[in-house]
Design a protein around this ligand. Structure first.
Ligand code: URA
Length: 240
């Protein structure tokens, strides 16, 4: 990590907003390597310097990993001057530079979305060879048939691609709904797969990535931090 302004370091570690931590620094509550620093613009390297707030050493977390329950009507984008994005929904202290959604959900799709500032992690999670399984709950125009289940399992032919084998679990009692488990994530993939079977997705929600389920206690639009073990869960739970 390179040297950064002290107020930026403290704000990125959720000690307060940039303005609040500026006040804390000017009040003499922050020290670097044992010396009180009164200037918010003072530069420190949190990996090598010891930063203390009120005498407590700040253990700097390099990256931030969040789970969001994405609501419908919001773009899975970092910034968009014309429309609301998932980053706009984050509390101020998490809206720091470099946060982005690791993978996209359509504007009208809801559910589990991972947000991070760790490009390597996102790359690992999204790389096709990682085979991370995504689970979707789909409300459909028509019930699913046994032929649909077989076609998904075999690998559906779309206009421009052959899908990898996917698991389709029809809803109980013949309801027009299903769970789909995919280990790829092409543009509009679930919607296109059902269209290829003469069906239509009316509503879509991602409920799980690998072994990590959506935390149903999060209201739409809410986020929370992920623990290290939850991050590992993402890479467990292979398909089929
Ligand atoms: N498949 C879709 O069609 N849309 C999504 O948002 C995710 C998967």
């Amino acid at each position: 990590m390179k040297a950064e302004r002290l107020d930026k370091i403290l704000a990125s570690q959720n000690a307060g907003t940039r303005k609040e931590v500026g006040t804390m620094i000017r009040a003499g509550r922050v020290s670097v390597n044992g010396k009180t620093v009164l200037r918010p613009e003072f530069k420190a390297d949190p990996e090598h310097d010891t930063v203390e707030l009120d005498g407590a050493v700040l253990t700097v977390k390099k990256h931030l990993y969040l789970m969001m329950n994405k609501p419908s009507g919001v773009l899975s984008d970092s910034r968009n001057p014309k429309a609301q994005t998932v980053i706009d929904l984050l509390p101020h202290e998490w809206r720091r530079r470099g946060m982005f959604p690791a993978g996209r959900l359509d504007k009208d799709t809801e559910g589990l979305l991972i947000l991070t500032d760790d490009g390597d992690f996102a790359h690992r999670m999204l790389a096709p060879k990682s085979h991370v399984t995504k689970w979707y709950e789909a409300v459909l125009a028509h019930p699913v048939t046994e032929e649909d289940v077989q076609a998904f399992r075999k690998g559906l032919e779309l206009a421009d691609m052959t899908c990898l084998p996917a698991e389709l679990i029809p809803a109980e009692g013949g309801a027009s709904a299903a769970i789909v488990k995919l280990r790829e994530g092409k543009f509009h993939q679930v919607k296109r797969m059902f269209l290829a079977r003469g069906n239509k997705v009316l509503a879509l929600r991602r409920i799980r990535i690998g072994d990590l389920p959506l935390d149903e206690s999060l209201s739409p639009g809410e986020s929370r931090e992920l623990s290290a073990s939850e991050l590992e869960q993402i890479f467990r739970g292979k398909l089929l």
